[in-house]
Design a protein around this ligand. Structure first.
Ligand SMILES: Cc1cc2nc3c(=O)[nH]c(=O)nc-3n(C[C@H](O)[C@H](O)[C@H](O)COP(=O)(O)OP(=O)(O)OC[C@H]3O[C@@H](n4cnc5c(N)ncnc54)[C@H](O)[C@@H]3O)c2cc1C
Length: 527
């Protein structure tokens, strides 16, 4: 007899685990089925190199909802964050450097090294983003209105959002630009120093297949200031022991709440009977039954691989087919014998230059040129590097005296005009290493081992369509009421009892837990 549950969650990503916990808290009998050998999806720690705790994919936290940390008592399950202060370090080849962080006086001091005018503007720019965040942040944990059939509830939600936008007064125009426009004109208007603008612009392209001059990138920039660490807005942290510390804490809470978690359990099919979900079938043929199924997997796979799309309403199936999974992100995890000593601020003992994200990007034109290559299907000849050294803040992730580096790199287009990522990945990684060595000449000699995670690996290992790190591009036509597709942003699908509970749904990518939490509430709501 197949096992029978109240709900089955396909995928044990952090969002799937959050959904499972909230359902189990309401006394539902829940089963989580995870394809890999461990839960966490893109939020995992793995011992890729002996003795090193590598955050294989996601590497910094700020977006994860504090309400969930409290509700599920995640600290009791080992979840802890370590603040990064300063939060960023940008070395330049002329020997100068720029620190940014939560300390506004330091920011002003640092920026004034490049431009007195920008130093004065920066706190005002942050206030502008914070005012927009104050309006937008509550929407993260709200279920967006159904734009196709809003009904009274949907109209009320749209009205409430419009009312809160009104609070921005004359700032509304700029808010709309932040939500829909390009990062570059915004940054060019606010600031004159290319060093500052390049540092900020790198946040506008994370996970995006776009240059900062392209519409939609200002939102990516903004998305990255919506989180907090210990109540401090916009501050990013390391999860103690690597990002998997969060997923393992969620799994611990889930087990204590009675959730059954099975790893190495790849779902092949969702059982649909009379238009309603009835359970799932594993690749091994094993069946599990439940009247409610939530998919933590992206929408394309959920609706084309787990079922015959011909059973779906044609308009919905077409909309799923239109979702963009364009991507150009690649990650290299590196085990080091010592920390990089930057010419702009030498020292291989842990110092402030190693605490935050190290931005290697001289100016915005550099990013534009990098994207020019990518749009023609080539990896950037001069890629943009964002490096983090978690062991400088959390020594537990590396053996004594050793260090760990994560390099998040753009642009590495999934769709190559020529060749295959398996063949070119080492050459591309060498280019990235050469670039870092220009800034920190001891870097290459300190490399013990490296793991290159190409867009193709992101697809193969994490089942992320097109290697898109957010389970679908974060462009306005795929956000809020339009995520995953218009008319289905309320976590429901045309299949009764089938829900989406991962970053394919609102509010999208990032280690937030919000999609999983919102989906659980909708699953428990009576029709
Ligand atoms: C390289 C990289 C770097 C990133 N950096 C950051 C960062 O620093 N900070 C941040 O906030 N966000 C970051 N992100 C984004 C963030 O990690 C993701 O948006 C988030 O982890 C998604 O969580 P999820 O639970 O929605 O989905 P996922 O993590 O994608 O989880 C889906 C789960 O479903 C499982 N699955 C897939 N198919 C099946 C199947 N057939 N049967 C059973 N299980 C299946 C997968 O194995 C996976 O465990 C990064 C992402 C990547 C890839």
């Amino acid at each position: 007899m197949p096992g029978t549950y109240d709900a089955i969650i396909i995928g044990g990503g952090h969002n799937g685990l959050v959904t499972a916990c909230y359902l189990a808290k309401a006394k539902w009998k829940v089963l989580v089925l995870e394809r890999r050998y461990l839960v966490g999806g893109a939020c995992v720690t793995e011992e890729t190199f002996p003795g090193f705790k590598v955050s294989t994919a996601a590497y910094v936290n700020s977006l994860f909802r504090p309400e969930i940390i409290r509700d599920l008592r995640l600290a009791d399950y080992g979840f802890a964050v370590l603040e990064r202060n300063p939060s960023s370090f940008s070395p330049f080849l002329d020997g100068r450097h720029l620190f940014l962080g939560a300390d506004q006086a330091m920011n002003v001091r640092e920026i004034s090294k490049f431009s007195a005018k920008d130093a004065e503007a920066y706190p005002k720019y942050e206030t502008m983003l914070e005012r927009i965040a104050a309006v937008m942040e509550p929407t993260i944990t709200q279920v967006p209105a159904n734009v196709l059939r809003p009904g009274l509830r949907g109209l009320w939600k749209i009205f409430k959002l419009a009312r809160s936008m009104q609070k921005l007064g004359p700032g509304m125009g700029e808010a709309i630009e932040v939500l829909t426009g390009a990062a570059r004109p915004l940054l060019d208007r606010w600031f004159e120093s290319e060093e500052l603008k390049a540092t900020l612009a790198t946040d506008a392209i994370i996970g995006a297949f776009a240059a900062p001059s392209m519409p939609g990138t200002a939102y990516v920039l903004f998305h990255h200031v919506m989180g907090e660490t210990n109540g401090k807005r916009g501050v990013w942290s390391y999860v103690k022991g690597g990002m998997g510390g969060l997923s393992q804490a969620l799994a611990g809470a889930a087990k204590d709440l009675g959730v059954e978690i099975r790893c190495n359990a790849e779902v092949a099919k969702i059982i649909v009977k009379d238009g309603a979900a009835a359970g799932v079938v594993l690749a091994t043929g094993e069946e599990f039954l439940a009247p409610k199924v939530a998919s933590n997997v992206d929408a394309r796979l959920t609706f084309t691989q787990f079922m015959d799309p011909r059973i779906l309403p044609p308009d919905f199936a077409e909309a799923i087919g239109r979702i963009s999974y364009d991507s150009a992100s690649l990650k290299i995890n590196v085990a080091l014998s010592e920390l990089p000593s930057f010419s702009a601020l030498p020292g291989s003992q842990p110092g402030p230059q190693h605490h935050g994200t190290v931005h290697l990007c001289p100016d915005q034109d550099y990013i534009e040129r990098g994207f020019d290559d990518a749009k023609y299907g080539m990896p950037s000849r001069e890629p943009i590097l964002e490096c983090t050294l978690p062991s400088a803040v959390d020594p537990s992730v590396a053996p004594p005296g050793k260090h760990l580096m994560s390099m998040f790199i753009q642009y590495a287009p999934y769709k190559l005009k020529e060749g295959n990522w398996d063949d070119i990945k080492d050459k591309f990684a060498d280019t990235c290493f050469d670039i870092l060595n220009r800034y920190a000449p001891n870097f290459k000699q300190s490399v013990i081992a490296r793991q290159i995670v190409t867009p193709l690996d992101l697809e193969r290992v994490f089942n992320l369509t097109g290697g898109n790190i957010f389970q679908g591009a974060m462009t306005l036509n795929q956000l809020f009421m339009f995520r995953p597709v218009p008319g289905f942003a309320d976590y429901r699908t045309p299949i009764k009892g089938l829900f989406l509970c991962g970053s394919a749904a609102h509010p999208g990518g990032g280690v937030m837990g919000a999609a999983g939490w919102n989906a659980a509430r909708e699953m428990m709501r009576r029709w």
